[in-house]
Design a protein. Structure first.
Length: 423
């Protein structure tokens, strides 16, 4: 599925791979260079970290495996190099991801990357300076109370500290992603399961694959805490409705297919007198300025279609033909049918519009691909009886009658002909 916005251009898969290759090569080359640079200063850094972590006053740290210490030393160089490359990494991620994201998704990604970086650096510093030293001190005191002579492996102490920082990063990144996507409308009740699978799946996999052997017993409690805390944090967004008017609930058409419908309440640059009155029960409503001339209006509609899993978009003002070809192609890629009520055509056949909201509901009931003829008649009859609207005649316009012709009285019910484009 490929949706092209107004500023997008068609690119081959190979061009994306080529771009990804040179961007990752640049990042890896920079990290490799900085790893060698940090190898000169890593001993001083390790001395500072171990001094902060050491719970005892005297000598209680030992290196039982010199080869393992060498591995930890180079691992520390690599981590310091990665921290040093964070600005470059963030820039490359944004530049590579930007063409494939919707505006709201790009804003959420920028906020997520920025806030996660700040929390990661600040959290790592707090853990090394305050959190982990307090835990090690507590364990050291328990050992003394038990009459033990405490001796600790410097390698294990550093590995546990590294994993704690890594676990903190995974958890905070997930929390921040949930919050950012929720605030920007990407995460809602209709996309909750989609993002749960990806966020929890990736985060759990990272925690499982990186846990040290001597800390394996903490894996299940850690995962349970990770899932539970993320669910508690995301409750307000996991059950939030889409940030538009109403909710597109699932309905069944005449053939039993599941449909989710939204009304594109288009003002047609002020020409549509029915604008602001598009409210049908069971449908969401997206208010836009002009689908045929305004790229922002089309982007808003694409976002809503992606986030809500729509199957049908009903344009109120026109019959859909003035919309650009790219708009219809994108909707086809999203498996969305486009219907045009052509309510502006009523203005050519009736002097006044005394009940614009009822016009919308009458026209909506005439969509043939959603409702069979008996259902259309029943819906129209119920609407007329409920609103006590029938004070004149009922006129169903065909496609040929939507142009200028005989005017009807303002009390007449005029049902325009709906045009459907798509699947």
């Amino acid at each position: 599925m490929s949706v092209l916005l107004e500023h997008d251009r068609q690119r081959t898969v190979q061009s994306h791979l080529d771009e990804l290759t040179w961007r990752t090569t640049l990042v890896f080359a920079t990290i490799a260079t900085l790893t060698l640079v940090w190898s000169v200063y890593v001993d001083d850094v390790l001395d500072i970290v171990l001094t902060a972590l050491k719970p005892c006053v005297g000598d209680c740290l030992n290196v039982y495996d010199p080869a393992q210490w060498s591995a930890v030393r180079w691992l520390t160089c690599l981590m310091l190099a990665i921290f040093s490359c964070i600005p470059l990494i963030l820039f490359q991620i944004l530049q590579f991801s930007k063409p494939g994201l919707l505006p709201s998704e790009l804003r959420a990604l920028k906020r997520w990357l920025g806030l996660t970086t700040v929390l990661l650096v600040g959290g790592a510093f707090a853990l090394v300076q305050e959190g982990l030293p307090r835990l090690y001190q507590l364990g050291y005191e328990q050992h003394l109370q038990a009459g033990l002579s405490a001796q600790y492996s410097a390698v294990d102490m550093l590995m546990v500290a590294s994993y704690c920082i890594w676990a903190f990063f995974v958890v905070v990144a997930t929390w921040n992603a949930i919050a950012m996507m929720g605030l920007f409308g990407v995460l809602n009740i209709q996309t909750a399961d989609y993002w749960r699978l990806r966020l929890y799946g990736i985060g759990s996999l990272l925690l499982i694959l990186s846990i040290p052997d001597h800390a394996a017993s903490m894996l299940l409690p850690l995962l349970a805490t990770y899932w539970t805390s993320s669910e508690i944090l995301g409750q307000r967004w996991f059950h939030a409705t889409v940030a538009v008017h109403g909710e597109a609930v699932v309905r069944l058409d005449g053939e039993g297919r599941r449909r989710r419908v939204t009304l594109a309440d288009c003002s047609c640059e002020g020409a549509n007198s029915h604008y602001g009155h598009a409210h049908v029960e069971g449908c969401s409503t997206v208010k836009v300025d002009s689908i045929c001339t305004d790229p922002t209006s089309r982007t808003i509609l694409f976002e809503h279609a992606l986030q809500s899993g729509l199957t049908d978009v009903v344009i109120t003002g026109c019959d859909g033909r003035p919309c650009p070809t790219l708009f219809h192609q994108n909707m086809k890629e999203l498996n969305v049918q486009v219907h045009g009520l052509d309510l502006m055509g009523i203005q050519n056949r009736r002097v006044l519009t005394p009940h614009p909201h009822l016009d919308v509901q009458c026209a909506f009931s005439g969509i043939q691909s959603l409702f069979s003829p008996p259902v259309q008649e029943r819906m129209l009859s119920e609407l007329v009886e409920e609103k006590a609207w029938l004070q004149g005649g009922v006129h169903f316009l065909s496609n040929d009658e939507m142009n200028w012709g005989v005017y009807h009285a303002s009390q007449d019910i005029v049902v325009p002909s709906c045009r459907t484009v798509g699947l």
